[in-house]
Design a protein. Structure first.
Length: 308
C-alpha cells in the first residue's frame, strides 16, 4: 500500500495531466456535433474490425452447428418450392407463342425472386428496395438496451433507419453506420417500440421489451373486450414504415386481465432466437420516402415507432 501511495505521489503531475486531457477531450467531443459524429463513426469502424476478427475465430469452432442450421433452412426452402399439392405448383414453361405481345405480357407478369422472411415474401432482386444480407458479428442480450453489429455498412447501401429481419422475423433497426459496419438497435431495447397486430383478427397494439427475458416481449394496448387465444400470431402492422406489413414478430404466450387496466397484459414469445442469431437481412421499406414527404407537407406529426 505504501508503495502504491509513493508511486501516485511521485507521478502526481503526470497523472493529473493525463486525467485533465481525457476530461477535456470528453467535453470537446460531447459539446461539438461534428466531433461527436466523427468520433462515433471512427469508433464504430475500429470496433467493427475487432469484432469481425473475433467472429472469424468463433465461427471456425462452430461450423458444425452452422452447417446443421443451413441444412434445416434449405429443407424448409425446398418445401416452399415444391408444394405437396400438385394443383398449387407452377409449370416450368408456359405453352404460349413466343411473339412480341406474349413476351410483353410475360414481362409484366414476371415477379422478382423473393425470400420468405417472417411469413412475408419480400423481393430479393429489386434494385430500388434491396434486401442486403449481413452477418451478425456482435450481439448483446443481458443489458437493458441491447445492440447488434453487422458486417455491412454504407458502402453496401445500408443507411440509418433501415429495418433488419431474420428468416424467422423482426430483429431491429439500423442506428449508426460506417463504411463497412452497422450498429442495430435490437428489439431487446428499452426504447424500441414496434407497431404490431394480431394476425387472426387484425387488432393493433405495440410491442415493447420488458428488459428481463430475451425470448419474450409485451404486446400493449389490446382492449380487454377482445378475445385472445394462446398461440395467436403477432405480425407487424405496417404503420411505422420501417417494416413491411405482415412480418412475423412472435406468438402469444400468455395474457391476463389486471383490475387497474383497460387493456390485456399480453406476453409474446419472439419468433427470432436472439441467442443464436447469425444471418440477417437489412431492408428498406418501400413506401417510407413518399410517406414521409406527404406527412411533412401536411404538417401532421405522427408518433414515430422503433426509435431508441
Amino acid at each position: 500500500m505504501n508503495n502504491l501511495l509513493n508511486f501516485l505521489f511521485r507521478y502526481r503531475g503526470i497523472l493529473v495531466f493525463g486525467l485533465l486531457e481525457v476530461l477535456s477531450l470528453y467535453l470537446y467531443v460531447r459539446n461539438s456535433s461534428y466531433q461527436k459524429a466523427a468520433f462515433f463513426n471512427s469508433a464504430n469502424a475500429y470496433t467493427g474490425e475487432v469484432l469481425a476478427a473475433r467472429t472469424r475465430v468463433y465461427d471456425y469452432f462452430r461450423l458444425f452447428e452452422v452447417n446443421q442450421s443451413l441444412v434445416a433452412e434449405n429443407a424448409r426452402l425446398r418445401q416452399q418450392l415444391y408444394r405437396p399439392d400438385v394443383a398449387g405448383r407452377e409449370a416450368d414453361t408456359l405453352p404460349v407463342a413466343q411473339d412480341s405481345v406474349s413476351q410483353a405480357r410475360l414481362q409484366k407478369l414476371a415477379r422478382p425472386d423473393s425470400l420468405l422472411l417472417g411469413l412475408r415474401q419480400l423481393p430479393a432482386l429489386d434494385p430500388d428496395y434491396p434486401l442486403i444480407p449481413a452477418r451478425v458479428i456482435n450481439n448483446s442480450l443481458r443489458k437493458v438496451d441491447n445492440y447488434l453489429t453487422l458486417n455491412v455498412g454504407s458502402l453496401d447501401g445500408v443507411k440509418p433507419g433501415m429495418g433488419v429481419l431474420a428468416a424467422a422475423g423482426v430483429v431491429g433497426r439500423v442506428k449508426v453506420t460506417s463504411e463497412h459496419y452497422a450498429t442495430v438497435t435490437s428489439v431487446l431495447h428499452s426504447k424500441t417500440s414496434i407497431s404490431a397486430k394480431l394476425q387472426r383478427d387484425g387488432t393493433f397494439g405495440t410491442i415493447k421489451w420488458l428488459g428481463d427475458d430475451p425470448t419474450q416481449v409485451l404486446l400493449d394496448y389490446i382492449p380487454r373486450q377482445n378475445k385472445l387465444v394462446r398461440g395467436d400470431t403477432v405480425v407487424t402492422s405496417g404503420y411505422n414504415a420501417i417494416f413491411p406489413e405482415g412480418v412475423m414478430i412472435g406468438r402469444v404466450e400468455s395474457f391476463v386481465k389486471e383490475p387497474d387496466k383497460n387493456f390485456w397484459t399480453v406476453r409474446v414469445r419472439l419468433a427470432v432466437d436472439f441467442t443464436k442469431l447469425t444471418y440477417v437481412y437489412v431492408i428498406s421499406a418501400r413506401p417510407k420516402a413518399e410517406r414521409d414527404t406527404v406527412e411533412v407537407r401536411s404538417g401532421i406529426k405522427l408518433e414515430e415507432e422503433d426509435k431508441p
